[in-house]
Design a binder for this molecule. Structure first.
Ligand code: GRF
Length: 187
């Protein structure tokens, strides 16, 4: 049984979906064994509801150092699911090929510094893009730059707002995130 660590900063609907998929077999032979948040958030409550070990490690310059101290050595995959802290280059190096992230755009478009949350969807609308979507990628020391594992697309409609786009992209995330995790863990 493979062990997944999920990092969260927010409401954790992707976390919920990942937990469901480990239970229903869409992600096979794996479990979410630990959830870590960098701030108080509903993601921690979701872990608690599923009786999954969870910790709050305050965000800041020592986050990765403190995280490293509690990560079990048998961790197979670290999943950033709406996680807002930057992972240090040292940490990326140590867990290379074992950290993945989901980003709410079609990378390499609309990635990098400042491109998170509604900023991304606003930028997509400002650029009059015809499509948007989500990307699951490996985490490296360059923000949103690691190798792409899976992408899913949706059309941008004329009357879309950042909110409606966010909703549609979330649905794409629920579809591709478990598939990407299955792919990385089980080939
Ligand atoms: C997702 O849109 C993800 O792409 C972004 O943060 C959001 C997390 O949503 N990085 P949730 O906390 O899983 O609901």
């Amino acid at each position: 049984m493979k062990n997944i660590l999920v990092l969260v900063s927010g409401s954790g609907t992707n976390l919920e979906r990942i937990i469901d998929c480990t239970n229903n077999g869409e992600i096979s032979d794996a479990k979410v064994s630990l959830v870590v948040a960098d701030r108080e958030c509903f993601g921690l409550q979701r872990a608690e509801n599923h009786q999954i070990e969870n910790h709050l490690i305050k965000r800041g310059k020592d986050f990765c150092k403190n995280l490293d101290q509690i990560i079990p050595q048998n961790t197979d995959l670290i999943v950033c699911a709406g996680f807002l802290s930057i992972i240090t280059p040292e940490f990326c190096e140590k867990w290379q090929g074992k950290i993945i992230n989901i980003h709410p755009s079609l990378l390499p478009k609309f990635g990098g510094k400042g491109m998170w949350g509604m900023n991304v969807h606003q930028a997509v609308l400002d650029a009059q893009e015809k499509e948007s979507g989500a990307t699951v990628h490996f985490v490296t020391s360059g923000i949103d730059e690691g190798e792409i594992i899976l992408q899913g697309k949706i059309p941008v409609e004329e009357n879309d707002t950042p909110d409606t786009l966010a909703q549609k992209v979330h649905l794409v995330e629920y579809d591709i995130f478990p598939k990407a995790i299955e792919k990385v863990l089980n080939g």
